[in-house]
Design a protein around this ligand. Sequence first.
Ligand SMILES: [Zn+2]
Length: 338
Amino acid sequence: MKKLIAILTLALIVCACSKTPTFEEQLEELGYSSEDITLIQSLSEEHQALFSDAYKEDLLSFVKDGLFREEKLEEYLKFDGLFEKGRMMRLVNDGILTMENAGKLSRLYQSDHFAEKNESLYLQYMNEYSDLEEMMEMVNSLRYKELYTDIRPVDMSKGDLILVNKYFSLMENYYPDDLVDVDPSLGKGQLSKKTYDAFLDLHEAAYRQGYNLRVVSAFRSYSYQDGLYNKYLKVDPKEVVDTYSARPGHSEHQTGMAIDVSLPGVSLDDFWKTDAAKWLNENCAHYGFIIRYPAEKIDITGYMEEPWHIRYLGQEVAEDVVRHGMTYDEYYAVFIDQ
Ligand SMILES: [Zn+2]
């Protein structure tokens, strides 16, 4: 009798065991599709087990992604949520994202200096600068390269927002097609029509404050700039001249959208001492201009401070440049040249 009970008990156990659902059935029960199950079963047993207690949509999304590499799964889980998923997986796959630099990388991608096209350069230069924003500014403005190297033609398709600096040059035969004469009562030279109209508004507003702004220098042709630059070369060595005069093709004055302003009887070099210079700095953006070469950005622009040199960009962009505290060199890379 005892033997019979033992056999029956054993039979019951065997029977119960055979009714235990297979892993596949368990997954089905949890809501995974047959496609999901095939994917899960392609993983190592250890990783398969991660799916056994509930429906794990997030975990599954990693496995389904084209970037998925099983050996990186633990790392994906560790950094999940810190970055956009695809970006995080890519950074993990490339061995860039680590516990040590996760915070810094997270700040990099959230910074308002971030320009997608410069991503690989940021990663390349990240450890060369202690300050992340400084590094991004150097990369965006191309200042990680020597000045006047790797020179490219100005992208004329940007219209009023073209960038002319030591890395982008205008053709020798480039002339703005809408130059108008500056009224002799306001100074001398020619400006693009939009720039002149904006200057008239700026002049009127300044005049109301008691500042009679004058156009000291406006449009300058390539050949004029060539003469000017070479004249300076007779006085100063090249590296000094480059801090205050653009090489031909690299002057914003050739665009017809840059103006050197001062007051009657005040030289450009003394303009900074005037209240008008302070007013201009604080207000010119409302009239569509920026101070193009500010004191605190000498390292970026490669020019000494020029409180008299204003560049027309239109009110919206000029105010946005000021709001971001960027030079136009950097602003162009981040917001214009997408
Ligand atoms: Zn100028």
